[in-house]
Ligand binder design. Sequence first.
Ligand SMILES: Cc1cc2nc3c(=O)[nH]c(=O)nc-3n(C[C@H](O)[C@H](O)[C@H](O)COP(=O)(O)OP(=O)(O)OC[C@H]3O[C@@H](n4cnc5c(N)ncnc54)[C@H](O)[C@@H]3O)c2cc1C
Length: 660
Amino acid sequence: MERQPSVPDPDARCDTVDAAVRLAVEVPGERYHRNLIACQVACPVHTDARGYVRAIADGRFEEAYLIARGPNPFASICGRICGAPCEAACRRGRIPRVDDHGHFFGVDRPIAIRALKRFACEWAGVDVRPPDRVLEAVRDFVPNVAADAEEMAALLHAHKRGGFEPARGQRVAIIGAGPAGLSAAHDLALMGFKPVVFDSEPVAAGMLAVGVPEYRLPRELIKREVAVIEALGAEIRTGVTVGKDISFDVIRREHAAVIVAVGAKRSRALGLPGERGPRVYGGVDLLRAVAVNEPIDLGHDVVVIGGGNVAYDVARTVVRQAAYDAARTAARLPGTKHVRLVSLETLEEMPADTVEIREGDEEGVERMNGWGPVEIQRDDHGNVTGVVFRRCTRVYDEQRRFSPIFDDSDRRTVVCDTVLVAAGQTTDLGFLKEGGTDVDEFRPGWPKVDGDTLATTASGIFVAGDLAHGTRLLIDAVASGKKAARSVYRYVTGHTIRPEAVEAHLPLERYRREFNYEAIRRAELSTRAPAERLTSPGAFVELGYTEGQARREASRCLDCGVTPVFDGTRCVLCGGCADVCPTSCLKLVRLDTLEATADLDSAIERTLGAGTDRTENSAILKDEDRCIRCALCAMRCPVEAITMERVQFTTVWSADHVLE
Ligand SMILES: Cc1cc2nc3c(=O)[nH]c(=O)nc-3n(C[C@H](O)[C@H](O)[C@H](O)COP(=O)(O)OP(=O)(O)OC[C@H]3O[C@@H](n4cnc5c(N)ncnc54)[C@H](O)[C@@H]3O)c2cc1C
């Protein structure tokens, strides 16, 4: 329900509602406005996706990058591979589509937010500028509540203004240079610490560098994103395994605090007969070997067990390895290698993204759905000869819990010489145990963590990333790294700083939308032809938008932060706004048809006075899911009772102390 119930009018044209059915409504308030911008709410670091998408639509590409970069040190990488919870939440994906006769024929598709982020980053980010120029651009981007501001600049400016007391260069150790550890290092450096990051791999960036295949994420881009974090003052020591090259105790002694962000890089075994032995590998182990150029003995017929995105990364990487090998040694390797991906789930249930499944199909990954592994068979010499599967008749129970049921009478043996298991990952915290630390576990391999602070049970030891919350998305790891950094600041300095969302309402004078924006279809990113993709490890599959495509796609954004606001003291209840609304999202109703709640009662008392007769007064209801912010209601209103307002949340840093 919009801001104010309207005044009574004898000509009121209210829609009739069955008196027995009271409508449940939400009275606009801070929570209501905050939830309006669903993409920003859904992003774990609360990136103002709406802000950068609108900036792209207007041709303000540099600003778009700076908005995207603000809360996210891995913005450019996210532009390529983020799981994009913002898109899943995008309201355009729920807008009903109606034909010329007003008949419903399905819902629209979300804005391609991730692809637009890639566009902005390629325009003004690390792709095209060295680290110091990126930092300069961020520093010069003055946060202004009235305009789009961003978090990193806000932190820098708060620092400059004496908005909080910077740390005094204390050394903080971070174990693990994945996105969680590096995001923590990024923010700690901005807060005035000296972060030192240890990683056992020869390269930084964790799973981004040794898990995600190169055909999805360019290695050069990873290096550039990491270089900005180093330019801020973080020291990254690669090739150092904690627990082997340096003990956890020493690290703890030499640093003011420790963040453990070692991820979950160990493949989970299935416990099948025949699983231990040559040519059975964990999926992430295969990806790592390929990423760091370590030789791995793959046969001709490969079975990948798993149905998620990691299984597809594994299968598609093997398809590529096979293609390069065949190209290099065509004389010796006649015949096609088979890569079969076998999942418990049916095609419809598979957890992998649709695009992964489609592209895997195109590249020659042979899919077998609805089969569960029973045994890996080996010959007398220990060589893998096949995998026995049984039919899976159900994967999930009625509550969508994983609870597979099998038909043992329906078995099939798939002949193969190599098996790759991609059925989840787990942790390796051996180094904590060796030191006999006081970090308690809540179950084996997973430390007990305070969800608010990411503190463990041991003083001064925090966790972040997959280790803190289980395997999730890259952007979740970024968010938890930043959270751990704030907790370290509090632990070391005794003070608190935190980012706070500031709400601003800006009336828009001449608000107009792009012509026909509501009818534009989502522009899918084009991809390379399958045969071309397999020509080299660096042959990217997905191609970016051109400037024209990006602006057009961005112009589809409904701009959820803009909302019509109704002034009940002016409204004459003519119903023109409801009549003109193309999605029928407005409705005039009598107040007594609304379900009474404390919020509604107090709104009515505030605007109409205590003791208001609800049968004599009315309200305008707005269905947020349908409103496309076209402003036709405002244009149609004969008494200018409707204004378009921008509601915006900007990050400022607040401290429990300020410098003199
Ligand atoms: C194959 C694969 C593909 C993925 N694709 C996507 C995707 O497309 N989009 C998306 O959003 N998410 C994706 N993810 C998820 C995302 O990569 C992870 O959620 C994220 O990397 C977790 O970050 P992290 O920093 O917690 O851990 P990691 O990235 O796992 O980093 C942990 C680091 O700690 C180091 N380490 C471990 N033990 C030690 C030790 N004892 N001493 C020193 N260093 C140590 C490791 O070497 C590693 O570099 C993918 C994950 C995988 C496995």
